[in-house]
Structures are given as structure tokens and as C-alpha cells.
Design a protein around this ligand. Structure first.
Ligand SMILES: NC(=O)c1ccc[n+]([C@@H]2O[C@H](COP(=O)([O-])OP(=O)(O)OC[C@H]3O[C@@H](n4cnc5c(N)ncnc54)[C@H](O)[C@@H]3O)[C@@H](O)[C@H]2O)c1
Ligand SMILES: OC[C@H](O)C(O)[C@@H](O)CO
Length: 364
């Protein structure tokens, strides 16, 4: 079937709706201009965007650590879509190509140590769409540098394309954590990041695996995704050392690796107490600016406490893992909304009673 031209698409859907927040925590739908792609950019009709916890955080709290919402700020960075127009220097994409958007655009200068050495997630001049002051990709039309678009194989839906972003976070963490086949693993938190980490760790051969959460429904979801996972329901107010012991009992041994996906201090502590001598607690979750650590416990058990910040070079790997059938991201999507219903979608994503895992905003 011939691809629709930009004129046809814009005739059918002329309004470039976007979801924005601001320092007054006012989440709203706006109509933005349709951007003209630069010479090395593609204009993308964004077809699917997942709502991330950080989007909710920017809306409700106005900041994540040093990233502070200072003005009108468009949200969304888990997106996939179709190219509807190309800049004059674009060589790898044509109109009609289906793409996943990698939303952190580093400076890529040879003078940038981090870009030069491949650690582009550390580029100090990165433009990360949706992180203030940059608008996000939760909009109908978005101009994206061709270098940071990835071809979406035919057997991957736009939704799966958007889920490559949280999968990227998990893959980056798993890669740097040194997880191996047979590593006894604990995953703290069964939100989207914990669940994607579970899928990836299962595919990578971690065994046995325990996952924790405060929410029984999320643990049930984990079990439905990976039946062999063992779950620990975290009671509020339980001492972290006691919880650590319960996790060890459930795992059957002390953990060689804990991948922490909540950023909550007590959960990090429980992970530390569940670790073996020489083990590692690898923190993906983000949380309070200052947190205490059980210093002498870490010291006397030589437990490494390490962190992950976004990702680099994960999209091609993520695409292969999903295309080859090792990781199925589809069951993570629990709710779907139209772009025009974006504010309502955020209401569901931020309401625990709605039991959402991944809320998607779809624009046909
Ligand atoms: N490092 C990075 O680059 C990066 C990237 C993406 C997301 N994140 C962070 O990862 C974390 C997880 O993201 P998400 O989208 O899954 O968030 P989420 O809030 O949807 O899920 C967190 C889960 O942790 C559970 N939880 C809370 N306190 C707990 C406790 N004490 N013990 C066990 N479970 C507990 C919650 O019930 C929830 O299910 C967030 O902090 C997010 O900001 C970090
Ligand atoms: O996956 C990317 C993360 O959600 C972002 O780094 C966010 O936490 C702040 O921009």
C-alpha cells in the first residue's frame, strides 16, 4: 500500500495536539505548531506513546532531582510512529517507514568525552525529550533527528516500539550489573521497570528470581508474565532487615544480585540485607535526593551499591530480543487512550486503584 503523503496526513489530522505540564502542575492538552523537519530530521506522526512514571512525576511533583519543570513542558519519551516527511540530508529513512524514537539526543561532538567514548547517556548537553526544558514526544507530530530513529521491523507494533524505551532501561541495567545464567536474583518493585527487568532477566537466564512489591496485583502480573518467579509481598512498616531475611528465605539463598526498581529507601535497604557477601545491589529506581544506607553492613559484606542512568546502544538489542521472540512486551499494556484523551490517561496512570501497568496513548 502506498504511504500517505504529509499533505494527506495533515488534511486528515491537522491539529498537532500535545500534552503539557507546568510549574503549577496543570496538565493540559495544547495545540502546537506542526514542526518543519531540519535537514537531518524526519517529521514523525507519533502513533503510540507510553506514559512513564517520570511523566507523572514531572506533572505531580514538578521535578526529578535536578530536573525541574520551569515552564510549559511537553511530556512523553516512550514513542513510536511513522515517518511522514524527511529533511533534505536524510538518507536512512523514507516516508512510510515505521520507527521507534530514541529520545535522548546527545551532542555527538568529538570534543565530548562521553559521546566520543560511547557513554552518550552521560553527555552533559543531551537533549532528552520531555526532560525540562525540552518538550516530549507525546504529541501528534514531532521532528526527530534521523540518527536517533530506529527502523521498526514489520512484526513489531507501534506499542511494542514505544515499549523499547523501558526495555532499554532494563537492558542497560542488566548489562552493567553483570547478570549471568544462574545468577540468583532479586528484583525490588513490580512496576513497569521491574516487570520489564523481570522479562529481560528471565530471558538472560537468571535463576532463581524473586520479585517484591507492596501491591498484590503487581505481583500477580509478574507471575503471569514469568510463572517461575517467586514473589514477596512487602508489608508497610516492616523492618528492612526482617524483609531482607524473608526475601532470602523465598529465594532459597542470599542474592548475588539485586536489581532495585523502586528508588524507595526502605526497599533499597531490604535489597542490601538480602545480598550475599560480595553481591551487588544495582539501583535503577530513582527517589529522594538524600538517602541513608546501612553503611557497615555494606562494608562488612563487600556489597557493591551501583546505579543506572538511562541507557546507551540498547535499542538495536531491544529490537532483536522482541523480534526474535525472547521478550514479549505486549502484556504490559493495560490501558489505551486517544491523544485527545491524554489528560484522562494520566489520571489512570497515576491512580493506583486503576491497576494500570502501562498506559498507552494511541493516535491512529
Ligand atoms: N535510572 C533510570 O534511568 C530510570 C529510567 C526509568 C525509570 N526509572 C525509575 O525506576 C523506578 C521504577 O519505575 P516504574 O515506572 O516501574 O515506577 P512505578 O512507580 O510504576 O513502580 C514502582 C513499583 O514499586 C513498588 N514499591 C514502592 N515501594 C516499594 C517497596 N518499599 N518495596 C517494594 N516495592 C515497592 C510500587 O508498588 C510499584 O509497583 C522509578 O523510580 C522510575 O523513576 C529510572
Ligand atoms: O527512561 C528515561 C527516564 O524516564 C528519564 O531519565 C527520566 O527519569 C528523567 O528524564
Amino acid at each position: 500500500m502506498a504511504s500517505a503523503t504529509v499533505t494527506e496526513v495533515l488534511q486528515r489530522k491537522p491539529k498537532n495536539f500535545a500534552i503539557q505540564t507546568n510549574p503549577a502542575h496543570d496538565l493540559h492538552l495544547i495545540e502546537a505548531d506542526v514542526p518543519e523537519p531540519g535537514p537531518s530530521e524526519c517529521l514523525v506522526h507519533v502513533r503510540a506513546t507510553g506514559i512513564c512514571g517520570s511523566d507523572v512525576h514531572f506533572w505531580k511533583h514538578g521535578a526529578i532531582g535536578p530536573m525541574v519543570v520551569c515552564g510549559e513542558n511537553g511530556l512523553g519519551h516512550e514513542s513510536a510512529g511513522v515517518v511522514i516527511k524527511t529533511g533534505k540530508d536524510v538518507t536512512r529513512f523514507k516516508v512510510g517507514d515505521r520507527v521507534a524514537l530514541e529520545c535522548g539526543i546527545p551532542c555527538s561532538k568529538a570534543t565530548c568525552y562521553y559521546c566520543r567514548t560511547g557513554q552518550y547517556n552521560a553527555c552533559p548537553d543531551v537533549v532528552f525529550f520531555s526532560t525540562p526544558p525540552y518538550h516530549g514526544t507525546l504529541r501528534r507530530y514531532h521532528a526527530h533527528p534521523e540518527a536517533w530513529l530506529h527502523h521498526l521491523p514489520d512484526n513489531l507494533s507501534y506499542e511494542e516500539g514505544s515499549l523499547l524505551e523501558p526495555l532499554s532501561v532494563a537492558l542497560a541495567g542488566i548489562d552493567r550489573s553483570g547478570l549471568r545464567m544462574g545468577t540468583p536474583l532479586v528484583i525490588c518493585g513490580a512496576g513497569p521497570i521491574g516487570l520489564v527487568t523481570l522479562l529481560a532477566a528471565h530471558a538472560a537466564g537468571a535463576a532463581p528470581i524473586v520479585i517484591t512489591d507492596l501491591d498484590e496485583n503487581r505481583l500477580a502480573k509478574a507471575k503471569s508474565l514469568v510463572p517461575r518467579v517467586r514473589s514477596v509481598l512487602v508489608g508497610r512498616g516492616v523492618e528492612s532487615a526482617d524483609l531482607g531475611k524473608k526475601i532470602v528465605d523465598t529465594l532459597g539463598e542470599e542474592a548475588r544480585l539485586v536489581i532495585e526498581c523502586t528508588g524507595v529507601e526502605s526497599s533499597i535497604h531490604a535489597g542490601i540485607y538480602a545480598s550475599a557477601f560480595g553481591g551487588a545491589v544495582f539501583v535503577i529506581g530513582v527517589g529522594k535526593d538524600f538517602q541513608n544506607i546501612p553503611f557497615m553492613h555494606l562494608s562488612s559484606k563487600e556489597i557493591d551499591l551501583r546505579f543506572q542512568y538511562r541507557y546507551h546502544d540498547t535499542y538495536p538489542k531491544a529490537i532483536s530480543l522482541v523480534t526474535e521472540g525472547l521478550i514479549d512486551l505486549k502484556p504490559l499494556v493495560t490501558h489505551r487512550f486517544k491523544l485527545e484523551e491524554g489528560v484522562e490517561a494520566f489520571g489512570v496512570a497515576s491512580n493506583p486503584a486503576a491497576r494500570a501497568i502501562k498506559v498507552q496513548i494511541i493516535d491512529e
